[in-house]
Write a protein of this length. Structure first.
Length: 569
């Protein structure tokens, strides 16, 4: 078959065949049905189950050279929507997204409707940059965007009506302050309570309050991505921050310096810790609340996303009588959660487990947990040095940050203790090079290090809106897998459950480097990152890349997500 130049506009059915997305037989059947029903060929193909609406959108985008987007609230500037009157936006089925200088980016389902784009250009007196979106998503977001999306306090309260929030404070008589009952006639208290409840209900890791000149916005970080959930006038910001400072026992008069504190609340029948952090900016104080929900944050090893063979190898390391086990990866990739899962599995009355953390995020029964306090000289290294006099069986060091901590950890592993710790490196082999750069002799590492786990976090496809589709050849090439006739992958269309992102929840992607005799010999003679990585690849064990590709093929996540968060060179 002669390939057509895809930069030129071809009939839709022909273009889909050329891209291998449908067969000639499917096109013929759809054309016959199309002629009988009079409906568009694309709609007919979707109805017959040969292709998805999103596939058609991507082909149309490719034909016209325009981007394809999945519409979500974060793409839409609420201040620019009104540049096109609602009646005209609905009539022409277009949605203004944002404006940069004189260029207005507009979502449209059929970019071939040049006459519509000309009308919008004259109406707005702007240059138009069209992007292609699914018609179903476009109509839904049209309805949502032209409503008043700025949530009022009353809206927030009504959304979460029936929930209550109790502030735990050791200085209060009785131990509890029922701030839900106090809210009565105080809109500020009510606003703060509902912001906290919203973050807890959505399983957010952080809640941000960010002031601008005329308003302030509330955003929450869910599955590593931030979403806007509140938009309020600026007059509400300072009183709300003062209320949070009162809850954290901080100085409400101090607005020039950063402050840190802790708030503990009971919400939905469980205790939740909130770490308060304020930072002065030119428009006011920005506040971030770190949400530490023990029930949702503590996971067992079986819940983290390990491949069965990797989990088995990791458990073997955890039950070693002594040695150093490292978990590596960038900030926010779940290293501490993995170590907590290991501690939960090892925790028993027969073992003396000591942890050194900054901060102590979740508290365990039986485990002896210690908080680093650098301001009084209580560093990781100092606590670790004294911990070894406390007859520990297992020591968890929150992070190896400096040479002194690294040396004590290695010595502890050599003297009969199991030491678990984390480091910030791109992959498992890189952590070994980092320790050598810190001054640890290769022969000491070869004797003490028993395994390294490299990890990333990837968002999982939303189960409420996921759909099956046939991947293109470009996607197959990126995954490094041969073309399969019936291969189908999953991706989310976006819905209310996932903030229109197509993702809900996260899973870990892991690689495990087992320090066997061959690797120990390599450590002694050629401990460079390149050689260590080559040996790791030749050993046949899974890597971050191979594990990520496997999760995509299983339909648990998408190629776009693992490209963003997992793939490393």
């Amino acid at each position: 078959m002669i390939k057509r130049d895809l930069s030129k506009k071809a009939p839709l059915g022909e273009a889909l065949v050329e891209r291998g997305m449908i067969t000639l037989e499917q096109r013929a059947a759809a054309l016959q049905q199309h002629q009988q029903s009079g409906r568009r060929l694309g709609e007919t193909l979707v109805e017959m189950g040969f292709i998805t609406e999103e596939d058609i959108g991507r082909v149309l985008a490719d034909q016209t050279g325009n981007p394809f987007v999945q519409l979500r609230k974060g793409l839409i500037d609420p201040h620019i929507v009104q540049i096109i009157p609602r009646d005209k936006a609905e009539r022409y089925e277009v949605l203004p997204l944002f404006k940069v200088r004189d260029t207005l980016t507009v979502a449209i389902s059929d970019p071939h409707r040049v006459n519509v784009l000309d009308v919008i250009r004259k109406l707005t007196d702007c240059e138009i940059q069209p992007v292609v979106a699914l018609r179903e998503d476009l109509l839904r977001m049209l309805a949502e965007s032209y409503e008043n999306t700025a949530a009022t306090i009353e809206d927030l309260v009504s959304d979460l009506e029936g929930d209550d929030l109790e502030l735990i404070s050791g200085e209060l008589p009785g131990g509890f302050e029922d701030i839900a009952e106090m809210a009565g006639e105080s809109p500020i208290v009510n606003l703060v309570n509902q912001v906290i409840l919203r973050a807890i209900k959505e399983h957010a890791s952080d809640s941000h309050s960010e002031p601008e000149r005329q308003f302030f916005r509330g955003r929450v970080r869910i599955d590593g991505v931030r979403y806007e959930v509140m938009h309020q006038r600026i007059e509400m910001h300072a009183p709300a921050i003062s209320r949070l400072k009162i809850m954290a026992n901080l100085d409400i008069a101090e607005r020039r310096l950063p402050q840190d504190g802790r708030i503990q609340v009971v919400a939905q029948g469980r205790t939740v810790d909130l770490r308060f952090s304020s930072m002065p900016s030119v428009t006011g104080e920005k506040v971030v609340l770190r949400v530490l929900d023990k029930e949702s944050g503590l996971l067992s090893l079986d819940q983290l996303g390990f491949a069965p063979e990797t989990l088995s190898a990791f458990r073997t390391l955890l039950h070693s009588p002594h040695g150093l086990v490292l978990v590596t990866g960038p900030t926010g990739c779940g290293k501490t959660t993995t170590l907590y899962g290991g501690i939960s599995e090892l925790n028993s009355l027969e073992k003396n487990i000591v942890t050194i953390e900054d901060p102590v995020e979740y508290q365990f029964e039986i485990v002896n947990q210690n908080q680093v306090r650098d301001e009084i000289g209580l560093s990781f290294a100092k606590i670790l040095k004294h911990t070894l006099r406390q007859d520990p069986d297992i020591v968890m060091v929150g992070e190896i940050r400096d040479a002194e901590t690294a040396k004590i950890a290695v010595q502890a592993a050599l003297t009969g203790h199991l030491v678990l710790s984390t480091m910030h490196t791109n992959d498992a082999p890189s952590s070994i090079t980092r320790l050598i750069e810190m001054g640890i002799e290769p022969y000491l590492l070869a004797s003490s290090l028993i395994g390294v786990v490299g990890q990333r976090l990837a968002r999982t496809t939303c189960t409420s809106c996921s759909t099956l589709y046939h991947p293109s050849q470009a996607e197959l090439d990126a995954l490094g897998v041969p073309k399969r006739k019936n291969l189908q992958l999953r991706r989310g269309k976006g819905c209310a459950e996932c903030f229109d992102s197509g993702y809900r929840g996260r899973l870990g992607i892991y690689e495990l480097l087992n320090v066997d005799p061959a690797f120990q010999a390599l450590l002694l003679h050629e401990p460079g990152t390149v050689r260590l990585r080559e040996h790791h690849l030749k050993s046949g064990t899974s890597t971050l890349r191979s594990e990520a590709i496997q999760r995509v093929l299983e339909g648990k996540t998408t190629l776009e997500e693992v490209t963003r968060s997992v793939f490393v060179d």
